[in-house]
Design a protein around this ligand. Structure first.
Ligand code: SF4
Length: 460
């Protein structure tokens, strides 16, 4: 796996079809699902499948076994839109009965223009409408004796980790992003509902909770950080409450507010993983201003230093956009120098792309493709060198790892606390894995490091 060579639009933790193999009872209505897009969309897919399963539907891992297929689409970038249209076309060709949902569903004419034969188009989070569309395409036939919902719902991710969505939408207006138009303003789930879902997941064997939203650090702002049933809807409290459940808790999509500093002591205490996924997007104040992002990035370096002082083992992941309209060579060089200082552990990089409806499209001085490509390459080379150096420093250390997979040759693919699934690196154990099972937490001695991955052995 070479995650850092990928642009974020290619990060599709869910490119694989739902990993479900179920016994189907005679006459049981059966639905297939193709889930594209980011982890947030994956959570939506899981919710839809959980409901369908609860209603007595079987879930087919392929098109042929399904009476209809739901395609959960992504509309974040034009390339993702094209990929979504392609997936719809494939589902139509293989199955013929297709219900479209997800981000791209916010633009129904775009879909029906290309694929007039789809049965229904619903937008993001319109669970009820998706279910209505399924009901009319394939009527339910519930059997109360066998259709018991597993405690953790129907999951597309492996059983030992789970995404946990805490809010939807975003109150920012970054110029390159259409998510606030597509998904609306911030809507937080009540803290007690999030905690209840997390408890259920942990009880059913989940070892790692991946907290996601469009803006994790803003959690609760829309509901005035309300306290209900003993749980306050504030990220500091939520992180602490989740941390008390005994699973790994990983925070994703944390917007760089100054208040982020309050989360770091929870990492130092071991309640939350010492890992922060915090998209900076750029470092030069002028580029950031043109993006309508917070522009005091020199202060960000001071913040990063403060975080490391509180929690020296913190791993920082971020994403950046290069070739943003108006980005000069000097601004890009500034970004490279900033990266040198910041020494981030994990970095993803987009080449700027116009997205239909984004305000950045109208900015002057778009950067030629060849320049974007060159800057992306230079950026990734630097990021890779930093990653390599940071990983080399881990050789000889003991790391607690979570086992994600063990292949037929006995090679275990694991992750340290510094590695989120699908987007970061792995730690491989090549031998002595006989007693190990997927989902185990074990301590490993690191004996080799590459550009993005580590190798280790179980202490004898
Ligand atoms: S904070 Fe994220 S989701 Fe919100 S507008 Fe900016 S890029 Fe989009």
């Amino acid at each position: 796996m070479a995650p850092m060579s990928l642009n974020p639009p290619d990060l599709r933790p869910d490119l694989s079809r739902p990993r479900l193999a179920e016994e189907r009872r005679p006459g049981q209505p059966t639905i297939g699902m193709v889930s594209l897009g980011c982890p947030k969309a994956l959570v939506d897919s899981e919710r839809i499948l959980t409901r369908l399963r609860a209603e007595g539907y079987a879930i087919s891992p392929n098109y042929q076994g399904a009476e209809a297929v739901i395609v959960n689409t992504c509309g974040f970038l034009d390339s993702a839109k094209a990929e979504s249209l392609e997936a719809i076309g494939e589902a139509l060709e293989s199955n013929g009965r297709v219900i479209v949902t997800g981000c791209l569903g916010a633009e129904p004419e775009y879909i029906t223009g290309a694929h007039p034969k789809v049965l229904a188009v619903t937008g993001p989070h319109q669970y009820e409408q998706v279910l209505d569309a399924v009901h009319s395409a394939v009527p339910p036939a519930p059997d109360p004796f066998v259709d018991l919902l597993p405690a953790s719902g129907v999951k597309l991710t492996p059983r030992h980790y789970s995404y946990l969505k805490i809010s939807e939408g975003c109150n920012h207006r970054c110029k390159f992003c259409v998510i606030p138009d597509m998904r609306g303003r911030l809507v937080s789930r009540p803290a007690h509902a999030v905690i209840r879902e997390a408890e259920k997941l942990v009880e059913s064997g989940v070892k790692e909770l991946l907290v996601i939203s469009q803006d994790t650090s803003a959690y609760g702002a829309d509901i005035r950080f309300a306290e209900e049933r003993g749980h306050r809807a504030h990220i500091d409290d939520l992180a602490r409450d989740l941390g008390s459940l005994g699973a790994w808790v990983r925070l994703h999509y944390v917007y760089p507010y100054p208040r982020v500093r309050n989360l770091i002591p929870l990492m130092a205490e071991g309640l939350v993983l010492p890992y922060l996924d915090i998209p900076f997007q750029h470092a030069h104040p002028d580029t950031l201003k043109r993006m309508a992002r917070p522009s005091a990035q020199t202060e960000t370096l001071t913040e990063i230093a403060a975080w490391r002082e509180i929690c020296p083992e913190i791993a920082l992941r971020s994403t950046f956009i290069v070739g943003y309209p108006g980005e000069t060579e000097a601004e890009f060089d500034y970004l490279l120098d900033w990266l040198d200082e910041a020494q981030l552990d994990r970095v993803g990089c987009f080449k700027y792309e116009d997205v239909e409806g984004a305000r950045s499209n109208a900015l002057p001085d778009h950067v030629p493709e060849a320049v974007k490509q060159d800057r992306w390459k230079r950026f990734m080379e630097k990021a890779q060198a930093i990653s390599e150096k940071k990983l080399a420093a881990k050789v000889g250390t003991l790391q607690e790892v979570l086992v994600d997979d063990i292949d037929a040759d006995g090679i275990a693919t694991c992750r340290t606390k510094a590695d989120a699934p699908e987007i970061d690196g792995c730690l491989f154990i090549d031998e002595g894995t006989k007693g190990l099972s997927v989902g185990d937490l074990v301590t490993v001695e690191v004996d080799e490091a590459g550009e993005y991955d580590l190798w280790g052995r179980l202490p004898g």
